[in-house]
Design a protein around this ligand. Structure first.
Ligand code: P6P
Length: 334
């Protein structure tokens, strides 16, 4: 049945203003900024929907990025989309992304827009070629100081400095989930309107859920405590394994159904694979705002102070009780 007209008019930009209960210049800026992120999401969703129908979307570029990972054409396209939508915005002065060693500056915006966008333009890009869901992750911070040497040292600050964070999930429908610190809200793209329309407000993650999400292919690279946790869920009734290769999908499932997503460190890479500033910190902000938890196993993700822009952290994120269960294995072996 058709929902109320008012509901259909609850677009993302209007919702941000409602959240801020203000029409101040700053509120308008943040609302406009979120709207630009929505535009990036629409452009990326459109490109993904045609990936198999045109040249230059599927497959690899042949280069490797700063992380030594082979770059997929979709990574480059999505990274350029975020830059393009903010170039003409006057809102964002600096963009930091997994795909760029150094931040990208938009000097003409800097006198006005003091916001910095930290983002993973396409998370789970390996899913592009097999038509499975994937996501974009974003985080908004306020630039502190002039950053005259372009080293963005002010970004080396804990996750509670985030003003806004969220993700776009490119699935059967395209969803945008965000928080500005006043709860977690989801929007679904209505392609006929070209608008993200409110789907759920103040999402609360269940305190416990059946899902555990981890790449068990790494089983023998983990610390014994993580193996012990996995043996526990294997022998305990009520757990089910779900792992898609794109953590935005896996964590969105856990936000709705409850459970825990883990990307632990390994013996070779104790810091794990995931990046703090534009992957684990934004997701931790969202999940904590929904009543869940996010930890490295020893420290809350939002408390971690990075020493470098592309710093990695292990990640254990999801329902309070399920995260605590993993911690209990890490901290005292059961
Ligand atoms: P692995 C995608 O590259 C990603 O960053 C997450 O989205 C995903 O959960 C994880 O890495 C997959 O990594 O090592 O399990 O293939």
């Amino acid at each position: 049945a058709d929902r109320s007209l008012d509901r259909d008019c609850t677009t993302l930009s209007r919702h941000v203003l409602q959240q801020l209960q203000s029409f101040s210049a700053e509120a308008q800026d943040l609302s406009a900024l979120m709207n630009r992120i929505a535009l990036a999401g629409k452009l990326i969703a459109r490109h993904l929907s045609r990936a198999g129908l045109m040249e230059g979307v599927l497959g690899f570029t042949g280069e490797t990025n700063v992380q030594g990972e082979s770059v997929k054409k979709m990574d480059v396209y999505a990274n350029d989309v975020f830059i393009a939508v903010f170039k003409q915005s006057g809102l964002v002065c600096r963009l930091a992304s997994e795909e760029m060693e150094k931040p990208y500056y938009i000097p003409e915006n800097c006198p006005i827009g003091r916001y910095t966008l930290l983002y993973d333009p396409i998370d789970g890009s390996s899913n592009t070629d097999i038509n499975l869901s994937l996501g974009s992750i974003f985080s908004i911070r306020q630039q502190e100081g002039e950053d005259t040497d372009g080293s963005a040292q002010d970004l080396l600050a804990p996750g509670d400095k985030q003003i806004a964070a969220g993700y776009i999930l490119y699935g059967p429908s395209t969803m945008l989930v965000y928080t500005i610190g006043k709860g977690v809200h989801s929007f679904t793209l209505d392609p006929s309107l070209g608008e993200f329309i409110l789907t759920e407000e103040n999402i609360q993650i269940p305190n416990h859920g059946p899902v555990y999400s981890v790449n068990e292919g790494n089983f023998w690279q983990w610390d014994e405590s993580i193996r012990e946790y996995i043996r526990y869920v294997h022998r305990t009734e009520g757990y089910t394994a779900r792992y898609s290769g794109a953590m935005v999908s896996d964590i969105h499932r856990i936000l709705i159904q409850g459970g825990v997503f883990l990307y632990p460190g390994t013996v070779q890479k104790p810091e794990g694979k995931l990046r703090l500033l534009y992957e684990t910190a934004p997701l931790a902000f969202v999940i904590e705002q929904a009543g869940g938890r996010a930890t490295t196993g020893h420290e809350n993700i939002l408390d971690v102070v990075p020493t470098k822009l592309h710093q990695r952290t292990p990640l254990i994120i999801g329902s309070k009780e399920d995260v605590a269960k993993v911690e209990s294995f890490i901290q005292n072996g059961h």
